[in-house]
Design a protein. Sequence first.
Length: 101
Amino acid sequence: MAKIRKISEVIGKKIYSDNGNLVGIVEEINLLDNKVDGWRVIVSRNSEINKTLGGARGVIIPQNFIKSVGDIVLISKEAIPIKEEFSLEEETAESSIESLE
């Protein structure tokens, strides 16, 4: 049986992605029609979200990405946008295409 928690008990808990990386701390929970709609999170300076969004101080994570709430909050890694890096293979392919033109 799942333990029901009060919103006030969740404020200040650390949030981790399901691959073990610290995301931040719960600042506030957004409600819509008496249901949890999203989680406002203060982003940790060393988190993946901070690196991806270029210094974001906070984000809102939709409720559907929350996997578990206990001593910590666990979110799905899909909630974190991935910064696509320009790979060396793509650079080489573009260089060869430009040389053909």
